[in-house]
Design a protein around this ligand. Structure first.
Ligand SMILES: NC(=O)c1ccc[n+]([C@@H]2O[C@H](COP(=O)([O-])OP(=O)(O)OC[C@H]3O[C@@H](n4cnc5c(N)ncnc54)[C@H](OP(=O)(O)O)[C@@H]3O)[C@@H](O)[C@H]2O)c1
Length: 261
């Protein structure tokens, strides 16, 4: 029997092939946990399995598909020989001003950022071991939206509400549900250039210049003067997975950005 805290021993991490999900998976694996990573890009998942043979397993899945995501926690439990943790890091963002919100972007953001984690959380209530933990990666944009984040902010705010409801239901078996709300973290997600409506995607050096300027601008928005690192959010996620008397909470990790008007 592992001496690691319950919640961190056998964990399913969505979005585990990149960014904050990968950082969470690696933190758990370094500490001796077993982890199932899921996402669509199979090569990313297999790289984790190659780096952690015997400890990590890959469960490719498109979370936008109800039939693919249904039973995902049971598959993770079977692959790992039990399951005491769920981390939902998978997410998508598309910045669009009201009046320019496409139906496709609206549906995709609601499905991955709200519907899928709610469904996974429901399944977790019956699959996780007693005392297990789930942590959802929300966003400071759930608490303070931008003009371009109506759908993303609504989905992440809905996720926080769903998390609190799951926490109430899970408490009977000491299953805890919590969330983190990161500020801007340096991952692939924020390296997509933010374009004005109808603006063509720049190419070559101009694209590089735009992305670098975007990262500097975003970093400077934080009172602590820089972007967050995936590992900094992962530390907080691992803490919440293990915290036995914390449930229904949202931990802001944002370099102070919410302190600004
Ligand atoms: N970066 C930030 O500044 C920031 C700030 C606050 C909150 N967040 C949130 O943090 C979480 C992690 O994002 P990140 O910054 O680490 O970016 P990321 O590296 O782009 O991670 C997003 C992950 O979501 C997975 N994903 C997307 N669509 C999916 C689908 N249909 N099915 C299965 N997996 C899917 C991706 O895997 P595949 O492409 O392989 O499917 C990817 O691993 C997200 O929920 C995001 O909203 C990010």
């Amino acid at each position: 029997m592992s001496t690691r805290p319950v919640g961190t021993r056998k964990v399913l991490v969505t979005g585990g092939g990149s960014g904050m999900g990968l950082a969470v998976a690696e933190a758990l694996l370094r500490a001796g946990g077993r982890v199932a990573v899921t996402g669509r890009r199979v090569e990313r998942l297999e790289a984790v399995v190659r780096a952690w043979p015997g400890q990590a397993v890959a469960l490719p899945c498109d979370l936008a598909s109800p039939s693919e995501r249904s039973g995902l926690l049971a598959r993770a439990r079977d692959a790992l020989g039990g399951l005491d943790g769920l981390v939902h890091s998978a997410g998508v963002v598309e910045h669009q001003l009201p009046g320019h919100i496409s139906e496709e972007a609206l549906r995709a953001q609601l499905e991955i950022n709200l519907v899928a984690p709610l469904r996974l959380g429901e399944e977790a209530l019956s699959i996780l071991e007693d005392g297990g933990g789930m942590v959802f990666i929300a966003s400071t944009l759930a608490l303070r939206p931008l003009p371009t984040s109506a759908v993303y902010s609504a989905a992440k705010a809905g996720l926080l509400a769903a998390m609190r409801s799951l926490a109430l239901t899970g408490a009977a078996r000491r299953i805890r549900a919590n969330a983190v709300c990161p500020g801007v973290v340096d991952t692939e997600m924020i390296r997509a250039p933010r374009l004005a409506p109808g603006e063509p995607l720049p190419q070559g050096e101009e694209l590089e210049r735009r992305i670098s300027a975007q990262l500097s601008t975003l970093g400077a928005l934080h009172p602590l003067g820089r972007l967050g690192k995936p590992e900094e959010v992962a530390d907080a996620v691992v803490h919440l997975l293990a915290a036995p008397w914390t449930t229904g909470s949202e931990l802001v990790i944002d370099g102070g950005i919410l302190l600004r008007e």
